[in-house]
Design a protein around this ligand. Structure first.
Ligand SMILES: [Zn+2]
Ligand SMILES: [Zn+2]
Ligand SMILES: [Zn+2]
Length: 162
């Protein structure tokens, strides 16, 4: 089964895994009978939350309290129906809210860039390597990264040319 092989390879290279003989790969506590990797489902879940992109992304947003870690941007609150006296006022507020939510979407960035290792399951998704950014800050960060890569390449080329 390839899934098993894959998680074994992941466990072998992961820096978060504890390697106590006979211990849980996450917390290191002695494994109960019939458990081979994790002492509990909680430990297995904690591991996957740091490796499975969709889970890791959600965990990072939750940790950052759904706000941009650079500028503090938060998503606007959904308007409550009861706060509006007329249906049309409510609909208008909802439309404005939807537009704001789309424009101010929160994304999750890899602090150490994934550089093509951005598979669905990977150690680059360790939650400590993730930060929540608004799209403006994320775009800025990506542009900076691109400039840095370009500068490094130019420097190398210059050095190679002597
Ligand atoms: Zn454990
Ligand atoms: Zn921001
Ligand atoms: Zn890992």
């Amino acid at each position: 089964m390839p899934a098993v092989t894959k998680s074994a390879a992941l466990l072998a290279e992961c820096s978060l895994v504890t390697r106590t003989p006979g211990g849980c790969a996450w917390c290191g506590k002695a494994l109960p009978a019939r458990r081979r990797t994790w002492c509990s489902d909680r430990c297995g879940e904690a591991f996957w939350k740091n490796h499975w992109w969709s889970l890791a992304r959600r965990a990072a947003k939750r940790r950052d309290k759904y706000r941009c870690t650079k500028c503090g941007h938060v998503l606007p609150k959904r308007p409550a129906r009861t706060a509006f006296r007329t249906e049309s006022a409510y609909k208008k507020a909802m439309a404005a809210w939807r537009a704001a939510r789309k424009a101010g979407r929160l994304e999750v960035n890899h602090i150490v860039a994934a550089n093509g290792r951005h598979a669905q399951i990977s150690c680059v998704h360790h939650v400590e390597n993730l930060e929540t950014l608004c799209i403006a800050c994320h775009a800025l960060h990506t542009a900076e990264l691109r400039d840095r890569v370009k500068a490094t390449k130019a420097e190398r080329a210059a050095a190679a040319a002597g």
